[in-house]
Design a protein around this ligand. Structure first.
Ligand SMILES: [Zn+2]
Length: 126
């Protein structure tokens, strides 16, 4: 009965959260900055739409991006404190480097999760 994929797993794979098969992004490499944000309009497998008539729909993914970043920083603060104590540079530098290096993945993951959260709303007529 339940053939719907796990939303978290499909989002982590940057796949359609409705069927779990169709790719969300045109370019598979998130570090190709020119095409980083290029997304398909519809799922190639199930036809679910990935776009909204609402202007700036994906601006909402900034909330998800913020939550991911805060979670990552808190996680790092805990393990860095455990191994190195409260040294300021040991706390700041690894977090800054990680946030910058993971920014393209965070960008795509937050879009993917935002789309998964709104998939039912976007495809309510289907
Ligand atoms: Zn699909």
């Amino acid at each position: 009965m339940n053939n719907q994929p796990n939303i978290l797993v499909s989002s982590l794979k940057f796949r359609c959260s409705k069927c779990g098969k169709g790719h969300l992004f045109v370019e598979p490499n998130p570090y190709n900055y020119k095409k980083m944000a290029d997304m398909y309009d519809n799922c190639s497998e199930c036809g679910a739409t990935f776009k909204s008539n609402e202007p700036g729909f994906y601006w909402g993914s900034m909330y998800v991006s913020y939550a991911i970043t805060v979670g990552l920083v808190l996680f790092n603060l805990i393990w860095i404190h455990f191994f190195f104590g409260w040294d300021m540079w040991a706390l700041i530098l690894p977090n800054v480097i990680l946030i910058v290096l993971l920014a393209p993945i965070n960008f795509r993951l937050s879009r993917s999760l935002w789309l998964a959260l709104n998939m039912r709303y976007l495809n309510k007529t289907q």
